[in-house]
Every structure is written in C-alpha cells, then in structure tokens.
Write a protein that binds this ligand. Structure first.
Ligand SMILES: [Zn+2]
Length: 98
C-alpha cells in the first residue's frame, strides 16, 4: 500500500498491478507442508507436481481434481519447481463439480 502512494498513478500500469498482486509464495524457512496447509485452510487452489502430489492427502483436506481441468502449468506449491503438468487441486466447496 505504501508503494502505491510513493510511486504515483503513472507507475501502476496494468502489468505492474498484476505483478504486484501475484502471490509471493512460500516464505523462507517455512516448510512446504505448512505452506500447503495454509493454502488449504484458506481454500485456495493448489498446484502440485507429480512428486509432491503423493505427499498431500487431498481427500482429508477436502480437495478434489476437476475433470475438465486436471493439469496446469506453473510452479509447484510444494517444491517450488516449474512444472508443465501440475495437478490442480481445488477445494470441494469451490469446485462446482456438477
Ligand atoms: Zn513439487
């Protein structure tokens, strides 16, 4: 918020606003399991690579995979590595499965 005041209206173009709203990800020192548990408590979408997916108990957390969008490209929320076929997990209350 301070940056918005300091930079002025001309600085905040569309791409810069998008970049500023991007999630900073897992903070240093935070374990991946705790970070994913935080995402789960907030019911946010979780992207996991093929190596991190077996480590997350998605049914216990209430997460499902949507059949029309099973894979996405992005950074894994567990290990942080970019993945071409990341499994997208969405909380079941927000999945709109019907
Ligand atoms: Zn991973």
């Amino acid at each position: 918020m301070t940056a918005a005041v300091l930079k002025g209206k001309d600085y905040w173009t569309g791409p810069r606003r998008l970049l500023a709203s991007k999630s900073p990800g897992r903070r240093p020192g935070r374990l991946p399991g705790g970070h994913i548990a935080d995402l789960g408590d907030l019911r946010k979408a979780i992207i996991l690579c093929q190596f991190c997916l077996p480590k997350f108990n998605s049914t216990a957390a209430g997460y499902v995979t949507k059949s029309n969008l099973p894979f996405v490209r992005g950074n894994c929320d567990g290990c942080g590595n970019p993945t071409e076929r990341g499994h997208l997990l969405v909380h079941h209350t927000l999945a709109n499965l019907r």
